[in-house]
Design a protein around this ligand. Structure first.
Ligand code: ADP
Ligand code: MG
Ligand code: ZN
Length: 412
């Protein structure tokens, strides 16, 4: 018997705000434990949360980007559970009135486009971090109260490859819109993976297993591969899959049972009494829509058309908004956009990735790159010299004409 996999993702993205979701504490990563805390995010009795407006804006922007419906009234709820990293014993989340409903993300696997439906996007607070030492444990609450946007997909993904393509596309879009850095090492993007297997062609869904909190793309792919194989094997042997929550162990390469799955009623959701509903006027939503940037797919097509680039070049350049911005700024100053693209795709991106830095941190300006290309095209410098000058511009900035003269590098 052949089986097919059905996958749905719940992606948690840490929003790029300066402060936490309900208090003024810094949301910055990497501070000494328990130095970014206050009575609100430590859950002291009697404190009052105040909603971070920017977190709402970034979530709505993301929703608009994926074509979601933005609820004019949205509400926060308490999700109750006990765990040591959760100071209040409830998490402020959104239950039945999330900020965004519906929408979709288009992915491409094996050259074929496919739309992955979204159920919802809501806003919630992160929890603290348990730390285990030699003979004791501690909790760092710096992360407690940091804003998370949870993006829930429909069970539309059919393979680990599609799940990976979805995450990569989503990350690119979220970065474009400026909602998050999606920095995996800092835990900015974490994912709960839901997966079931069913006999190929059958309409009814199988029982799903949820694997919690995977924070690498490789982890998502490997956990899915392992879990799909495990379920198929069990079904082939005539067994049944019991609904449960499992944990991915990257070292052992297996998923292991954690607990039986809880239902919504186990969480005793009820409206958060200390926060007003969020009312977004049409005018406000349209003002946010006006902030939306051109998305990667559209930009790729435009780069090809406007600058006559091969599709491959456009795809590489459009993958990162800041890189595409730099390219366009230089290409507008140069009669030779293809040369700009060549420099960007080779020397620029190689240096950036080698030094693990963003293009914003490079000292070279679009003007300097355009001038350098003009000098090569005019035969003032040869290619090896131009490469050398590029290196200086990249590290220290400056102007290629002056540099060439100062160093006596002009071609005779
Ligand atoms: P729960 O209430 O258990 O969290 P939801 O219906 O909210 O379940 O779905 C959570 C996630 O699981 C969604 O991403 C959804 O697409 C996915 N999902 C739901 N049913 C299945 C299934 N049978 N197989 C795989 N994924 C599923
Ligand atoms: Mg769930
Ligand atoms: Zn605080």
């Amino acid at each position: 018997m052949n089986f097919e996999a059905v996958i749905g993702l719940e992606v948690h993205v840490q929003l790029k705000t300066r402060s936490k979701l309900f208090c003024g504490c810094s949301a910055e990563f990497g501070a000494a434990p328990n130095t970014r805390v206050c009575p609100v995010c430590l859950g002291y009795p009697g404190v009052m949360p105040v909603l971070n407006e920017e977190a709402v804006c970034l979530t709505v922007l993301t929703g608009l980007m994926v074509g979601a419906r933005i609820g004019e009234t949205s509400r926060f709820d308490r999700k109750s559970y006990f765990y040591p990293d959760m100071p209040k014993n409830y998490q402020i989340s959104q239950y039945d009135q999330p900020l965004c409903v519906g929408g979709s993300v288009e992915i491409e696997v094996g050259g074929r486009p496919k739309a992955i439906g979204l159920t919802r996007i809501h806003l919630e607070e992160d929890v603290g971090k348990n730390m285990h030492f030699h003979d004791s444990s501690g909790v760092d609450f710096n992360r407690a109260g940091v804003p998370l946007m949870e993006i829930v997909t429909q069970p539309d993904l059919a393979s680990p490859e599609e799940a990976l393509a979805f995450l990569l596309t989503l990350r690119q879009m979220v970065r474009y819109v400026g909602a998050s850095e999606c920095n995996l090492e800092q835990g900015n993007l974490r994912c709960d993976v839901n997966v079931s297997a069913r006999p190929a062609g059958r309409a009814a869904l199988g029982t799903k297993i949820e694997i919690k909190n995977i924070n690498t793309f490789k982890g998502v792919v490997n956990a899915l591969k392992h879990e799909i194989a495990r379920q198929e094997e069990a079904l082939l042997a005539g067994g049944v899959i019991a609904q449960e929550t499992r944990r991915w162990d990257p070292d052992a390469g297996v998923t292991a049972g954690m607990r039986g799955k809880e239902d919504a009623h186990d969480y005793r959701y009820f409206p958060e009494p200390d926060l007003m509903p969020v009312a977004l006027s049409r005018k406000r939503i349209e003002a946010l829509r006006a902030r939306l940037p051109e998305l990667p797919r559209a930009r790729r097509a435009r780069l090809s058309k406007e600058y006559g680039l091969p599709d491959y070049d456009s795809g590489v350049l459009a993958a990162d908004k800041a890189v595409a911005d730099f390219f366009e700024a230089a290409a507008r100053l140069s009669p030779n956009p293809k040369a700009v693209s060549n420099w960007m795709m080779t020397d620029m991106l190689r240096r950036l990735s080698k030094q693990e830095m963003d293009i914003a941190a490079a000292a070279i300006t679009p003007r300097a790159l355009a001038d350098l290309i003009a000098m090569v095209d005019a035969g003032v410098v040869n290619m090896p010299t131009a490469k050398e000058i590029f290196g200086v511009l990249f590290e220290n900035g400056g102007d290629p004409n002056t540099l060439t003269r100062e160093r006596g590098l002009t071609q005779v």
